[in-house]
Design a protein around this ligand. Structure first.
Ligand code: ZN
Length: 143
């Protein structure tokens, strides 16, 4: 049995050396969607394919969340262990804006237009002890 599983299957390619978000692309008009959709919200076509949306983007807008997430975003955190975290919209190369948790949690480390990279992080363990994984973005390493 796997020790780690995606919390929501189909959102990202994983396990992978370089995980990327998975979405859908309309075969009629080229519209992208995340999470993937069986039909196109732009033209109504039911011809869509699953495509990789890449592992990077730019920060479009953000805020710092200073209270515990509500269901269904259950984690192992308690009011005692909870730490504020960043949340924002990351604009992907295809133009989609994806809402994501951010590793950075201080206004000093976040700025609109920042280069962001996808990372896969543990959320909590299920009853079988399997670690459930989700995605977030973090500021790309400045090289
Ligand atoms: Zn379409």
């Amino acid at each position: 049995m796997a020790d780690q599983l995606p919390l929501h299957p189909g959102l990202f390619s994983w396990p992978s050396k370089r995980p990327e978000l998975l979405g859908s692309r309309c075969l009629e008009c080229g519209e992208h969607a995340f999470p993937s959709q069986d039909s196109c919200r732009a033209c109504g076509s039911e011809q869509t394919e699953i495509v990789g949306l890449g592992h990077s983007g730019t920060l479009w807008t953000w805020t710092v969340q200073s209270f515990m997430p509500k269901s269904p975003y259950l984690t192992d955190e308690t009011p005692e262990t909870f730490r504020p975290y960043g949340v924002g919209y990351v604009e992907l190369p295809c133009g989609l804006k994806v809402e994501s948790r951010l590793r950075e949690n201080s206004p000093d480390s976040l700025a609109i237009g920042l280069d962001m990279e996808l990372e896969i992080i543990p959320v909590r363990c299920n009853d079988e002890g399997t670690q459930l994984m989700t995605f977030q973005f973090c500021a790309a390493e400045v090289s």
